[in-house]
Design a protein around this ligand. Structure first.
Ligand code: PRP
Ligand code: HPA
Length: 186
């Protein structure tokens, strides 16, 4: 491992300290596992992957390439509800879809299901548009934080209800670039 790739012992963002939680090798292994489950379940289909911006951009890029389904399409939506480490409870769609979803096999790709409020609203929005099927895949699932009872179809990791950053996940827009995932130091 080069210096550039060394995992920081802690990361300080806006005065808050985070420590290593999920390392890049383990992330890569679990992304491969979920990709192989998706590849099996989507056999013979032409899926439309919908990446939920901003947080899912890194996971989606890795997952879609691992799936190895050449006859797929990729598009993006953007939803926002967090300020700092908490949801406002107000899930806003900032960017919508232009594709026709009628008859499509849709795969929604999220970075995290926390309260489940974003997932619930997004799935309702997408189902109104007449897809053949909707699958929901997330990198991280925090079941103990759920306010909705929503359970994703695929999750790379099931984690406790602490705030995390890295690999696309932010604190007020910062540190999405980190290659590993860090958890707030209690
Ligand atoms: O289950 P929930 O409690 O709804 O939380 C999950 C959502 O929160 C984050 O989005 P955020 O609003 O922070 O926007 P971002 O993706 O641009 O960071 C994350 O990307 C999910 O979309
Ligand atoms: O734990 C989290 N970290 C970053 N963004 C989030 N959005 C929901 N939960 C989280």
């Amino acid at each position: 491992m080069t210096d550039d790739e060394r995992i920081a012992e802690e990361v300080v963002v806006d005065g808050l300290t985070f420590v290593p939680f999920l390392k890049r090798d383990e992330i890569r292994r679990q992304v491969k596992r979920v990709a192989s489950e998706l590849r099996r379940d989507l056999e013979g289909k032409r899926p439309l992957f919908i990446c939920v911006l901003n947080g899912a951009f890194i996971f989606a890029a890795d997952l879609i390439r691992e799936c190895g389904i050449n006859d797929c399409s990729v598009t993006f939506v953007r939803y926002k509800s967090y300020e700092g480490m908490s949801t406002t409870g107000n899930v806003k769609q900032l960017v919508g879809l232009t594709e026709d979803l009628t008859g499509r096999d849709v795969v929604i790709i999220e970075d995290i299901v926390d309260t489940g409020l974003t997932a619930k609203q997004m799935i309702a929005d997408i189902k109104k548009q007449g897809p053949e099927s909707v699958r929901f895949v997330t990198l991280l699932h925090k079941p103990a934080s759920s306010k909705t009872g929503f359970t994703p179809d695929y999750a790379a990791f099931t984690i406790p209800p602490s705030f995390i950053i890295g690999y696309g996940l932010d604190l007020d827009g910062k540190v999405r670039n980190l290659k590993d995932i860090y958890v707030i130091k209690e």
